[in-house]
Design a protein around this ligand. Sequence first.
Ligand SMILES: NC[C@H]1CCC[C@@H](CNc2ccc(C(N)=O)cn2)C1
Length: 254
Amino acid sequence: LIGIRISEVWFGVITLFPEMLKSVTDFGVVGKAIKQSSIEVCTWNPRDYATDNYRTVDDRPYGGGPGMLMKVGPLEAALNAAKSVAPAGSKVVYLSPQGRRLDQALARSALSVPGLILLCGRYEGIDERLIEDEVDEEWSLGDFVLSGGEIAAMAIIDSVSRLAPGVLGHNESAEQDSFENSLLDCPHYTRPEIYRDKRVPEVLLSGNHEKIRRWRLEQSLLRTLQRRPDLLEQRELSEEEAQIIQELRRGQLI
Ligand SMILES: NC[C@H]1CCC[C@@H](CNc2ccc(C(N)=O)cn2)C1
C-alpha cells in the first residue's frame, strides 16, 4: 500500500536513544497493534544528522552554567526528516516539565490529530529558538524531572494508542477504565473466591448485572471521594451518582 496510510495512529519520535522505544513497540497491546499496523511508531536520531566527524549533537550553553544543550542543526534535520513522512497536519510535541499536564482528556484529544511528532530532549534541554519555530505544544507527565523525554513520549504513545479503535481486545475495554468516566477505578477480583480468608464481595458472585453495575459505580465514587475529591468537583454527576454521593457522605454506604 504505497502512500496509503493504513495506521489509525501515527507517532514519530525524535530521540538520541531510539532503542528505548522498544519498551512500547515490542510489548503488550501496543506492540500487537503495531504488528497489525493499526499503530505506527517511527524514530529519528539527531545523531544520524550530525555533520561533523564526531557526530556532535550537544554544545555548551551561552551564558555559561552547568551541562550541555542539544544543538539545533541535528535536531532540525531530524525533525524535517520526520515531517517529510508524517501525516499532513501532524503536531510537534516537546516533552518537558514546562508543558501542559497530560491527562486522559488530552490523551483522548490526541487521537483526533493525524500524527504526533514527539521531541525528546536530553542534557539540559534544547535551544529555545528551535522550540519557538518548530514546537506546536509542550506536554508534561507531571511535576518531576527525567533524564530525557523518552519515558514521557512512551507514556503518551501508550495512553493514546490504547484508546484507538481495535487496540484493546474485547476482553479489555478503555470505557470502564479509571478516568474514562473521570472516576477512579473500582476494586477488581478473580479466582480463587477465598484468598487468605478474604472472600470476594457477594454481589460479584450474584450474577445480578444491575446490582453489580451499581456496586461498581458506588465503589468508584467512594474511592474517588476518599482519594481524589478534586475529580468530583470537575465532573457533571448523573442523578444516580449524585444520590450515591449523598448516601456516601452520610456514611450510609459501607
Ligand atoms: N531541564 C531538564 C529538562 C530539559 C529538557 C529535556 C527534559 C527531559 N526530561 C523530562 C521531560 C519531560 C518530563 C515530564 N515531566 O514530562 C520530565 N523530564 C529535561
